[in-house]
Design a protein around this ligand. Structure first.
Ligand code: C5P
Length: 301
C-alpha cells in the first residue's frame, strides 16, 4: 500500500523593513481629522522578522529584543492583517505566525505597519494572491500600510495612499537612534503649530548622495519641532548622530527615532559604536536603505 505523505508545509520568513521618512511635510488636514502629508520615504534592509507557516491551529508567537510594549492579542497589526485577508478571500486556513520584534515600538519607524504589510505579503505568497489587490483595503490597518507594502524609495501623498516611486535613489548608509521613549503619533499631530505648510520641493533629477543631502537640508520633518518639545531626548539623539562623520541627521515619522546619514558603511558602523558606548540604554542600529529597484514599479497606489 502506498503511504500518503502529508502535504509539504512551507514556512515563509520575511524581513519587515523599517520605514524612514527622510522628509515629511504636513500640508493640510482632511475633514475626518487625518493630516495630508508629503513624504520622501526609504526602507531599510534590517527590521522585524515575520515567519508564517501553515498549521493545524492558529498560533501567534511574539519574541525578540523589542517585544516589551506589545500584546499578542487581536489588536496586534499582524493578526489584524491576517484577519483582513481572511475576510477578503473567504479562506480560513490556519497559520502559525512568529513576529521577531527588533525595532522599537511607537517609534516613527512604521514597525507595526511594516509587520502588517509583511504578513500580507507572506499570506499572499502562500495563497498565490496578487499583492496589488490588497493596497487599498490595507489602508484600513493604518495610513502607512500602502507605503510599507511597496517598500521601495517613494514619495507618498494624501494620508499615505498616493504613492509615487522615486527612481535612481542609491542605498543610503544610516544609523538609527531611539532614546527609549515611546511617542504617541496622534499626540504629536495634535501639537502641530501649523497644518498648512509648503509641499516638498521637487526632487533632484539624479538623486545621488550629494544632491540628496542638499535637497534634505531644504526640506523638513514638520513633526520634529512638536516631538522635540514633548520629548527633549530627541534633540540629544540628533546631536549624537551629528558627529564628525555625519552628512545629515533628522527625526523620522512622529519620532522618537532619528536617523543619521553617512558616506559609507564603515562610517555608519563606527558612529553607531561610539553612540552605543556613550548611551548604552538607547536603541542604536547601523543599517542601509534599499536602493530604487531597476525597471517598472508593479505595486499599486
Ligand atoms: O493610521 P495610523 O495608525 O498610522 O495613524 C495613527 C494616528 O495618527 C491616527 O489615528 C491619526 O490620529 C494620526 N494621523 C494623522 N494623519 C495621518 C496619519 C496619522 O492625523 N496622515
Amino acid at each position: 500500500m502506498p503511504r500518503t505523505e502529508p502535504a509539504a508545509r512551507i514556512a515563509v520568513d520575511l524581513v519587515a523593513p523599517a520605514k524612514i521618512n527622510l522628509a515629511l511635510h504636513v500640508t493640510g488636514r482632511r475633514a475626518d481629522g487625518y493630516h495630508l502629508l508629503e513624504t520622501l520615504v526609504v526602507f531599510t534592509r534590517d527590521g522585524d522578522r515575520i515567519s508564517v507557516e501553515p498549521a493545524d491551529e492558529d498560533q501567534f508567537v511574539l519574541k525578540g529584543p523589542q517585544v516589551t510594549h506589545l500584546e499578542a492579542d487581536a489588536s496586534n497589526l499582524v493578526l489584524r492583517a491576517r484577519d483582513l485577508l481572511r475576510r477578503q478571500t473567504g479562506r480560513d486556513d490556519r497559520f502559525s505566525i512568529t513576529l521577531d520584534k527588533r525595532l522599537p515600538v511607537a517609534s516613527g519607524l512604521g514597525g507595526g505597519s511594516s509587520d502588517a504589510a509583511t504578513t500580507l505579503k507572506a499570506l499572499a505568497y502562500l495563497w498565490n494572491l496578487d499583492i496589488e489587490e490588497m493596497a487599498r483595503e490595507a489602508l484600513s490597518l493604518g495610513a502607512d500600510l500602502p507605503m510599507c507594502l511597496a517598500a521601495i524609495p517613494l514619495v507618498a501623498r494624501g494620508i499615505g495612499e498616493v504613492i509615487e516611486p522615486v527612481p535612481a535613489l542609491p542605498a543610503l548608509d544610516l544609523v538609527l537612534v531611539n532614546p527609549g521613549i515611546p511617542v504617541s503619533t496622534p499626540e504629536i499631530f495634535g501639537l502641530l503649530a501649523s497644518r498648512d505648510n509648503p509641499p516638498l520641493t521637487p526632487l533632484p533629477e539624479a538623486p545621488g548622495l550629494e544632491p540628496l543631502i542638499g535637497w534634505l537640508a531644504a526640506n523638513r520633518n514638520d513633526l520634529e519641532p512638536p516631538a522635540r518639545a514633548l520629548c527633549p531626548p530627541i534633540g540629544d539623539a540628533i546631536a549624537a548622530l551629528e558627529g564628525e562623520n555625519s552628512l545629515f541627521a533628522r527625526m523620522t515619522g512622529s519620532g522618537a527615532t532619528c536617523f543619521g546619514l553617512y558616506a559609507d558603511q564603515d562610517a555608519a558602523r563606527r558612529t553607531a559604536q561610539q553612540i552605543k558606548a556613550r548611551h548604552p540604554h538607547w536603541f542604536v542600529m547601523p543599517t542601509r536603505s534599499l536602493a530604487s529597484p531597476e525597471g517598472p514599479f508593479h505595486g499599486r497606489t
